[in-house]
Design a protein around this ligand. Sequence first.
Ligand SMILES: NC(=O)c1ccc[n+]([C@@H]2O[C@H](COP(=O)([O-])OP(=O)(O)OC[C@H]3O[C@@H](n4cnc5c(N)ncnc54)[C@H](O)[C@@H]3O)[C@@H](O)[C@H]2O)c1
Length: 261
Amino acid sequence: MDMKIKDRVALVTGAGQGMGKGIGIALAEEGVHLCVNDVVEEKAVAAAEEISAKGVDTLAIPGDVSSYADVKRCVERALQKFGRIDILVNCAGIGDSGKFIDTREEEWQKVLGVCLMGTIYFTREVLPGMMERKWGRIINIVSDAGRIGEPGLVVYSAAKAGIIGLSKALAKEVGKYSITVNCVSPGATLTDHIQEIYEKMKAQIGEEKFAERQKKVLRRYPLGRLGEVEDVASAVTFLASERASFITGQTLSVSGGYTTV
Ligand SMILES: NC(=O)c1ccc[n+]([C@@H]2O[C@H](COP(=O)([O-])OP(=O)(O)OC[C@H]3O[C@@H](n4cnc5c(N)ncnc54)[C@H](O)[C@@H]3O)[C@@H](O)[C@H]2O)c1
């Protein structure tokens, strides 16, 4: 199916690796040009280079999404090169490091800063151009933790739930400009980062205990497997496309049935 977004311009945050990079690749396969943001400059540059092999124009825009000054600079650079941003994917995110009672203010501020404020900053800076051109797609990567709550990820759950609320309200404000605002909500997804965590866990508790634990985890996924980056990237590409022009204010879980709300 032709997604009808060839030559659109997208900006993906946290796209230096994992899901963000996968989303960038999937959009590029539809002929979308890409601005690749990441806080780690080398990752942004390498991902932009990799994505450009798909035959689209790319631009690395390193910067910290939790800094409004950085975000303004990133959007300015993107507009200098492409003149517009049609599709914004807010993907950069970090989680808490353990039980809420053991975490501290600095960590709460960091999680809220990257997940929630980063989404607010980029959305605010990209929106005026979309309103002017009367076309836009904003897709926020949240998490099933934000839909049902996840122990050990309390502030992260709050941040992601905040983004869902923001998306619903904004969808109602900007619908008249043919701008849609939606969320894609992954469950556990096998990114490099998650694989690393699993490897560490395996080393800590041993192969056997790890396998037992994973069996238990999989029981909560009716489709019997964890997510792949491509599962999430496909959903984002659809919501970014012309084909999804009548869908707004929604949260789509891409989690094999883990959450059915
Ligand atoms: N992987 C999962 O299981 C899972 C599940 C649910 C939701 N999510 C969400 O999906 C998104 C991507 O997750 P992932 O697993 O690909 O993560 P990841 O850790 O593999 O990649 C995140 C990328 O964002 C970048 N980043 C971190 N802080 C940043 C900042 N302040 N500014 C700009 N870039 C920054 C990192 O350098 C990294 O390249 C996140 O929003 C995450 O909360 C992931």
